[in-house]
Design a protein around this ligand. Sequence first.
Ligand SMILES: [Zn+2]
Ligand SMILES: [Zn+2]
Length: 376
Amino acid sequence: MALLLATPGCEQPPEPLGDPGLVYVMALGPTPQATVRRAAWALQQTTRRAVVVLPPVDLPERARDAAGRYDAGMLLDTLLRNAPDDTFRIAGVTAAPLGDTEHDSVIGYARTGERALIYSTEALPNYSTEAARRRTVRRIVAHELGHTFGGGHCKADCVMRDTLNPHAIELMPDHPCPLHRRQANRGLALSIDDPDFIAEVAAERTRLGDFTQAVAAWRRAVTRRPDDARLWTALGIALMAKGELTAADEAFRTANRVAPEAPQPYYARAVLYAAGDEPARAEPFLEAAVERDGDALRAHRAAGILYQDVLEDEKRAVHHFEAHVRKGGRDPDVITRLTFLLSPTTLVFNEPETIVARWQPGRGLLIASLGGARRR
Ligand SMILES: [Zn+2]
Ligand SMILES: [Zn+2]
């Protein structure tokens, strides 16, 4: 409280109402003790939670490229697979060089909305004082944590400013801009029992392909917030991915019941019936979804793709793609598909088709088809 009064204009995050969870730190590969201690200190400072040091793990050989750099994304997955149940965040620290899909070399890395972050000390300047070393690590940790709270890069005077140059970290501000402070405070205020937190864990597990854990997490979330149709829909999608189609149907029906006007459960049921063995049942649900969707362009796009790729009803696919264009949509995928459907061709694509349906915060249910369009 004294701190709060002493720093006007610097809002502290509200305390989490339930279990705040723990922050874990783990060294990947040979890492000096002092480096791990510094990481733990920076995490404690930035998360205001208890930090626990886990035993170190070896760097996974398959994450290493020919130049000896480690793929930061793969290392994040290693951390997440090692994360204990009560993990609020898990941070990896390594002395090995890191890269990602876009850059040869990165200092730190984190995925938006997921619980893991990592950084490397390999390219950091050799500061002469412990205070300077700590300040650098604190900035790196605050920046990567910012990504885990949903933040992107920032042009303002803000710790979320992008930098690939380790020497430029000295020029980075210690504090976030007001927007990124609000975002971080929102994230820090969540307990690990909060349905919003659990939903993030479930989405993370879904991305890792661990549908059993994803289903378990969505079930915990709907128990705590049974009137949230988004959570029921997401649970159904995870069940569908696991192959539990009857249970998925039940979850979607519950979503329909708690929010009759929400389009997502209707999309989800259309996908379930179309991809399952009842394609004839899909159509009315798909039309009901399009009717309810506030974003007509997205609705016609999704419906067209489903009709073309799964239900093999080209007439209806064309109808929805044309509606997308008529209403002002110019989605390149829609244009390509429409051109393809309207022009005679003898091309035959035989790739197996995979339908991916996932919930994206703020955008709703996304349906996409992997694999080429088919025409006989
Ligand atoms: Zn960044
Ligand atoms: Zn910012």
